[in-house]
Design a protein around this ligand. Structure first.
Ligand code: GAR
Length: 231
């Protein structure tokens, strides 16, 4: 069905309609993952960027590219349900085929998660299921792991526990602090998040009804990462 939210760039090739999917991105702050997505030349249309904080720096990246922005300020709502309802309305107004959480720091309620089940992605800066929740880099350093990383996953009602789509691993250096480790992981976030979104937009990635990730046409397995490497 044609939707008036689709831009004129929706492509037609020959007799077949190849309609681009629409993406809505939710942020709370800096917006570096948003920027990576905006610059990735994705085969879809980013129809809006929504923040729960008016001061989120990432909003400027969207505005500079002519992408619609909205702020649903969580401080204006007395309950999570009321916030989620307002957020749902805004997301639906942009006819999202896919909702992408890119540094969105509010926990979403079950109703929101269920409504967008199978079309709601998150990135978390750890190799889930290790180190969910807050301060994953501090958790990794405290645990003394030698390999850390980031995970793109479908969102389910359990925090940071949804089916895993793709992960990237980095070595932990002996002299790392949270800042240096976060920076190393962030470089990989900017690689794997556009990749996962691209897979979804190309209809290669989906969540099966039994909760498994289905990805068509996976590349060859990656090389092992051993850390520390032997001298
Ligand atoms: C990113 O590292 C992202 O993985 C993390 O917040 C940062 C946002 O940075 N998300 C979470 O911790 C979610 N639990 P960004 O605003 O520059 O993309």
């Amino acid at each position: 069905m044609m939707s008036d939210a689709f831009s004129p760039v929706s492509s037609r090739s020959g007799a077949a309609d190849t309609q681009m999917k629409t993406v809505v991105i939710l942020i709370s702050g800096r917006g570096s993952n948003l920027l990576a997505l905006l610059e990735a030349k994705l085969p879809g249309r980013i129809s809006a960027v929504i923040s729960d904080r008016g001061e989120a720096q990432g909003l400027a990246f969207a505005q500079a590219r002519g992408v619609a922005t909205a702020v649903i300020d969580h401080r204006r709502y007395t309950s999570r349900e009321a916030f989620d309802a307002a957020l749902t309305e805004e997301v639906e107004a942009h006819r999202a085929d896919l909702v992408v959480l890119a540094g969105f720091m509010r926990i979403l309620g079950d109703d929101f998660v269920r409504r967008f089940a199978g079309r709601l992605l998150n990135i978390h800066p750890s190799l889930l299921p290790m180190f969910p929740g807050l301060k994953p880099h501090a958790q990794a350093l405290a645990a003394g792991v030698k390999i850390h990383g980031c995970t793109v996953h479908f969102v389910t009602p359990s925090l940071d526990a949804g089916p895993i789509v793709v992960q990237a691993a980095v070595p932990v250096h002996g002299d790392d602090d949270q800042k240096s480790l976060a920076a190393r992981v962030l470089v990989q976030e900017h690689r794997i998040y556009p990749q996962a979104v691209r897979w979804f937009l190309e209809d290669r990635l989906r969540l099966s009804p039994d909760g498994r990730v289905v990805l068509q046409g996976e590349g060859p397995p990656a090389q092992p990462l051993i850390a520390p490497a032997s001298a």
